[in-house]
Each structure stands twice: as C-alpha cells, then as structure tokens.
Design a protein around this ligand. Structure first.
Ligand code: ADP
Ligand code: GN1
Ligand code: MG
Length: 374
C-alpha cells in the first residue's frame, strides 16, 4: 500500500512532527497506521483509511462517532482523576473542520490520538483480564444510556439480524459466484441445523420484551484496550455503535474473551469456551450493568454468545462462498478456516450452556440480594 502518510497526516490539525507511519493492529476492516511523531512529549496518532465499500455513508458514520465521543468525554470530565485522552477516543479535526478527509485518489481518512501505554489482546489468558473487559463494556453502555439527541444512524442496517444474515447466506449459496459451495457442504449443514433456534432474540425484540439500547456491536476483545496494569482503559472501534440489543455486545465479547484459541485457529481441537473466563467477564459486565437490565434480558444472556458466534460463522462462510469480498483475508481459505473455528466454538458453547445459565442465574440473584440489603 503506497500511501503518502505524511501528506495525509498534514491534512489534519495536530501537534507534533511526522516521524514515520507503519501498519498497526489486526482489524479486519480498515487500513490502520500508527503515526509516530518526532517529539517525545507530543501524542502519536492512529490514521485510518476507511473502508467505504462497507461503510457507505462516511459523514453519517463520523457523525455517530462524534456524538458518542463528545458524550463520553463529558461523562469522563465529571469523574475526578480520569485520563480523558486515554479513556476515550479523540478524533482529530481536518483543516476544514471535519472529522475526516478525502485524499486526491478519493480515499477517506480519519485520525485519532494514539492511546498511549495500552495493552491489546487477541486471546485472554486470565480471569482478571476477562473481568476488566466486562467492566469496560458495561461502563461504556452505562455511560451511553442517557446520550441526548435521538437515535444514532443505523450505520449498517440489520448488522446482527440473523434472519437477514441467513437470507444473504441462502442467496450466495444459490448464486455460487466462485464455485465454492460444493466444498463446504458440511459447514452449510452445521449452519442450517441451528437456524431456527437462533431467531429467539429477534422475536423477543419484536414482542417488546427486550429494549433497543445504544450498543457497540463489535465488542471483540481487541476492541477493548487495557492499561499498563491490565485494568479496563478504553473501548475503541466505534464504527458500529448504534441501536441494538444488549445480547449482541455481551455475546461478541464472550465469543472472543473465552475462546482458548484464535478466531481463525486451524487446529479445531484447540478451540474451547473457557467457563472460568465466561464467569469472570460476566461478573465484570454485570457489576456495571446488572441494575439496568430487565429480567428477560438477563434470562437470555447465556444464550447470546452462541448466537453471536453462530452469526459470525455465517458471515465468514457467506464471505468465503462469495469470493472474499468483505473481511480482509491473509490466505485463500482464511474465511473458511475462520467459519470452521467459529462453528467449533458454537459447539463448545452448546455443551456448556447449562453451566453458563447457572452462572448468570447466580450472579443476577446475588446482585438482587445485595441490592435489597442496601
Ligand atoms: P478495524 O475496524 O479494522 O478493526 P479499529 O478501529 O479497531 O479498526 O483499529 C484497528 C486496531 O488499531 C485496533 O484493534 C487497535 O489495535 C488499534 N487502534 C485503533 N484505534 C486506536 C487508538 N486510538 N489508539 C491506539 N490503538 C488504536
Ligand atoms: C470485524 O472491525 P473489526 O475487525 O473489529 C467486523 C465484526 C466482526 C469481526 C470478526 C464492521 O471487526 O462485525 O465480528 O470483524 N466488523 C464489521 O472478527 O463488519
Ligand atoms: Mg477493530
């Protein structure tokens, strides 16, 4: 990718002299670079070339992120001792006062302050980190629960709508655009076997039993930064913040926090949901949100990880069948490998569903009791 990062950097109103820019992180959507500045006492930056094939309306996308970050910053200002530059994403304005620019080639770019001294993990190896992840997402949702100004733009409609995702899946199987359908009949069957039961969250929403909240919708663990002591620091990747059900955020975090292997692990025998990490994340999450969730929301929390893991397996498999147009891939079978790994994780969650329900039941009851005592 031969971008002139210094030239793009100079479109923004920032502090610090460009020293160098390198690809950064392991996101599947944008092209992300870390910009290091010459001066030791000035911020570094994250510069992102936005994926406008996926995000078709960049002004609306940026508008959502501006609203969310302004609100979070105002909340943090009221908390003594908070480190706003590290606990909240800070967008850098362009010279014409927008939060993004379009370069000469028509690429969209935005820039954030680089959150210094953070730690980011693709695999979680301790209950403490899982607990902190749960706290970070819980706090994020609690802080956004009173954001003024009406609903956010629904930036990718039906993002976690499993009915729509399955419709697209069937369509791509029928089209078979690159002739891969015949090679994945086992995986297709695994998806079809479970399709009906996965619609329950949508049904509860339609019946008005669970409310739409402001959710993040992409709470995988590498979008939660921890600090140098592995304590909750900042929730990043705000592209998909929009109205959603609590189960989407809980489920996606559990999908990544509790997996004993990578999202795309080839050796399926390594993949398992670690129930201790499930418990720790749930404790952290409920410590921040437990009081605001209704009984039906709580009752279905244990169902959410299986749903989201299944949804993402369907998306990876659909993209494989479609010829890899959506997620960044690093080799020919990457999306298939990811889909297989996620389907294996679904099985592990199914095996431990009873245990997950017990844990949530105990945690939510415990909270009720302590509430009564106080
Ligand atoms: P994608 O949608 O492609 O996942 P992200 O916005 O999550 O893009 O950014 C990709 C990676 O860049 C993140 O996983 C994280 O490692 C890093 N990153 C993003 N924003 C920041 C920031 N403000 N400070 C430090 N690291 C960041
Ligand atoms: C993408 O942007 P990133 O890499 O954090 C995707 C998520 C998937 C995830 C799977 C906008 O997340 O929905 O769950 O990959 N983001 C978008 O790893 O589609
Ligand atoms: Mg990301």
């Amino acid at each position: 990718m031969g971008f002139n990062l210094k030239e793009i950097y100079d479109y923004f109103v920032k502090d610090g002299t460009f020293l160098n820019g390198e690809p950064y992180g392991s996101g599947h959507i944008h092209d992300t670079f870390r910009i290091v500045t010459v001066e030791k006492d000035k911020d570094d930056y994250i510069l992102q070339r936005l994926n406008n094939k996926i995000f078709k309306n960049i002004p609306e996308l940026q508008h959502n992120i501006e609203r969310v970050t302004v609100h979070l910053r105002n909340k943090l200002k009221a908390v003594p001792g908070s480190d706003i530059k590290r606990e909240c994403l800070s967008l850098i304005p362009s010279r014409d006062g927008k939060s993004w620019i379009i370069d000469k080639e028509g690429n969209y770019w935005r820039m954030y302050i680089f959150i210094s001294n953070h730690r980011s993990y693709n695999i979680v190896d301790s209950p403490d980190k899982a607990f902190e992840g749960g706290k970070a997402i819980g706090r994020f949702q609690a802080m956004l629960s009173d954001m003024p100004g009406g609903p956010l733009f629904e930036i990718i409609p039906w993002f976690h709508d499993i009915e729509k995702r399955l419709q697209t899946f069937h369509l791509k199987i029928k089209e078979n655009p690159v002739g891969r359908v015949g090679t994945v009949s086992d995986e297709i069957n695994q998806v079809l076997q479970r399709a009906e039961e996965m619609k329950i969250i949508l049904k509860l929403g339609e019946e008005g039993k669970i409310p739409l909240r402001i959710t993040h919708n992409d709470t995988k663990f590498n979008n939660i930064l921890l600090d140098e002591n592995d304590k909750a620091l900042c929730v990043i990747d705000l592209d998909t913040v929009m109205p959603g059900y609590i189960h989407y955020d809980f489920g996606d975090a559990i999908r990544t926090v509790t997996n004993t292997a990578s999202e795309d692990e080839k050796d399926l025998s390594k993949i398992k949901m670690d129930i201790h990490l499930f418990k720790a994340y749930s404790e952290g999450f409920l410590s921040e949100t437990g009081g605001t969730l209704n009984d039906v929301e709580k009752e279905y929390l244990a169902f959410a990880p299986g749903l989201i893991t299944y949804t993402i397996a369907v998306r990876f498999l659909t993209d494989f069948i479609d010829g890899d147009n959506y997620f960044k891939t690093h080799h020919e079978l990457h999306n298939l490998q990811r889909a297989r790994a996620q389907l294996r994780l679904v099985m592990s969650m199914e095996e431990q569903y009873g245990e997950m329900k017990k844990i949530i039941g105990k945690l939510t009851k415990k909270r009720q009791k302590t509430k009564v005592k106080r």
